[in-house]
Design a protein around this ligand. Structure first.
Ligand code: NDP
Ligand code: 8X3
Length: 255
């Protein structure tokens, strides 16, 4: 193990995609893990899978529910309060409709989950970090938080908010011993499109066809690199793209 290795990490959205890959990678390095999500069966099987490698605490809550977030995180078992790393990863897109056809429920889901949920979790975890004067928050933004694309409207707005909040948190926390980093992936093949297109498997698959999308493991490696830098180094922002992607809308599809 490395000397700069964190001991305990909390990951939201650990039941799928980028969060799941990050949980697996950190477990392999022996990091104690607090893993969060809504799907109980996945949390249970994940705990079983990773418990051979490290200690695992699973917490089931919806990040949109303010009281549930507080209930789950404000009174962690004594042995679990020294959180070194918070990966604010939970989030999704819901729909890809132009603004005039957008669904208010989709808009609520994105703003409440990607923005307010991230804030609720951060607010609940920060006291532990402030107490120990040490911590690292890694927010998962997106290329969608840097560039707006057709139909991206509210999802992009939610990720622009994550970008602003990452910068703001760094300003407010850098004197408190808490590092804040933002990882902004481009296209990563996860359940993201399945959720965006409400379970339409064919439509979701098409998003990743004909080129080499990023794998969730690629992002997990970047997160691991960020949280294992020496204490005086903060990789503030990283944009991670597939070699076949140049911008939100420029993807080199060969088929
Ligand atoms: P997945 O759909 O595979 O994973 C999303 C995770 O977030 C799941 O574990 C899900 O768990 C959790 N989650 C979603 N909503 C909630 C909620 N309301 N409360 C609690 N947990 C929730 O997608 P990704 O892994 O791709 O997405 C992870 C992050 O990466 C998101 O923030 C996304 O915006 C971002 N991102 C993704 C990109 C991509 O191309 N895939 C590119 C750039 C950024 P559960 O359903 O069990 O609650
Ligand atoms: C996910 C990547 O381009 O589909 O944030 O918005 S994109």
């Amino acid at each position: 193990t490395m000397s700069n290795q964190p001991q305990t990490a909390l990951i939201t959205g650990a039941t799928s995609g980028i969060g799941l890959a990050t949980a697996r990678l950190m477990a392999a390095y022996g990091v104690r893990l607090i893993l969060c999500g809504r799907r109980k069966e996945r949390l249970d099987s994940l705990k079983q899978e990773l418990s051979t490698q490290t200690e695992v605490l699973t917490l089931r809550f919806d990040v949109r529910e303010r009281a549930a977030v507080a209930q789950a995180l404000e009174n962690l078992p004594v042995g679990w309060q020294s959180i070194d790393v918070l990966v604010n990863n939970a989030g999704n897109a819901h729909g890809l409709a132009p603004i005039q056809e957008g669904s208010l429920d989709d808009w609520d889901a994105m703003i409440d989950g990607n923005v307010k949920g991230l804030l609720y979790v951060t607010k609940a975890v920060l006291p532990y970090m402030l107490k120990q004067k040490k911590g690292h928050i890694v927010n998962i933004g997106s290329i969608a938080g840097k560039e707006v694309y057709p139909g991206g409207n509210v999802y992009c707005a939610s990720k622009f908010a994550v970008d602003a909040l990452s910068k703001a948190m760094r300003i407010d926390l850098y004197k408190e011993g808490v590092r804040v980093s933002e990882v902004n992936p481009g296209l990563v093949e996860t359940e993201f499109s399945l959720v965006r297109f409400k379970g339409d498997v064919e439509r979701a698959k098409k998003v990743y066809e004909g080129y080499r999308p990023l794998r969730p493991e690629d992002i997990a490696e970047v997160i691991w690199f960020i949280v294992t830098r020496p204490a005086h180094v903060n990789l503030a922002e990283v944009l991670v793209l597939s070699a076949d992607q140049a911008t939100s809308t420029l993807v080199n599809r060969r088929e």
